[in-house]
Write a protein that binds this ligand. Sequence first.
Ligand code: NAD
Ligand code: UDP
Length: 345
Amino acid sequence: MNILVTGGTGYIASHTAVKLLAAGHQLVLVDNLANSNIAVLDRIALLSGQKPHFYQADIGNYAALSAIFTAHQIDAVIHFAGLKAVGESAQKPLHYYRENVAGSLQLLEVMQEFAVKSLIFSSSATVYGDPRELPLTEQSPIQPQSVYGRTKWMVEQIIADHCSADPSFSAVCLRYFNPVGAHPSGLMGEDPNGIPNNLLPFISQVAIGRREQLSVFGNDYPTADGTGVRDYIHVQDLAEGHRLALKLTHTPGCHRFNLGTGSGVSVLEMVDAFRAVSGHPVPLIICPRRTGDVAACYADAAKAQHELGWQAQLNLTDMVADTWRWQQLNPQGYQTPPAKLKEKL
Ligand code: NAD
Ligand code: UDP
């Protein structure tokens, strides 16, 4: 298939791109580089032997999008582009609604104009908010607690309404739990700007000595060791989830799937796993809870298993080992000079 990948140089999209190229798909990537580095394209080329078409453009830019759809016969769109920082979304709500909601609307309108009828959308477990029951199924109550979570739920609803109005349109909303890890080669991974918000990139920067210590946000939750529990999922498993979701390209309607492992890991368990794999100390201090955090969140991913044939294959050790390999090979992320990288490979 010819697939347009929005947010194509981002963390999850770049891993998915390598997987889709290996499966024989043709890709057109579009990204405004707001949160990614153009160097990702060389890494995709290195890993796949192919350099996909790339457009530096904003999905909110009608002229740019329609030029891309005019230049390429697109069969399906995988829509990763968007902003994802929960804390920032509270400070800049209008910006988040513009980028995530209005941007997605613009994309859907251009798809309609060019009669492109298949979409896979990056949704999030944050749409469930504070779980009333665990594990979370696709039928669990939706009650997003953040602006970011609300943008994801709004886009899901827009997509569902569009599917109702156009019975030939097929959409798959993938609700990711906590994506972590990196490509096993160490050539691609997560490269957050500034201080990482997420647990694993932070631990990894502490272990490599870029940061002094981890702040553990709360050890008084009603969990086994008192720290927050999440369903961490390897980015390579997520990438495979997108490849399998393409099966539904010709099945009209709005399909929703949780992509998680189904098991929860606490902050302290993650720190222990990192210490064991890296052999480095991870100094930490216990801090107050982070506003908006929930005690525990993990998926029931049975629907993805039954309907897509998808199941997470990689375990916590794989997630940590691949993150650590990426961190060691790329101490400055994608800014790491290629010569230095070659020395280490
Ligand atoms: P990312 O920031 O690495 O990737 C998003 C990409 O979209 C970036 O390359 C960014 O430059 C680009 N982008 C942002 N706004 C754009 C716009 N208006 N036009 C064009 N490009 C734009 O993030 P990621 O972790 O790879 O996440 C991908 C998607 O998955 C996002 O929609 C995110 O909300 C969703 N998601 C991520 C997580 C997570 O924890 N990483 C969890 C659940 C859902
Ligand atoms: N966390 C932490 N210190 C950090 C970052 C995160 O203790 O520096 C905890 C956080 O409170 C939560 C878990 O790690 O319990 C996962 O947080 P992350 O931000 O990675 O994911 P999310 O909160 O979006 O599920």
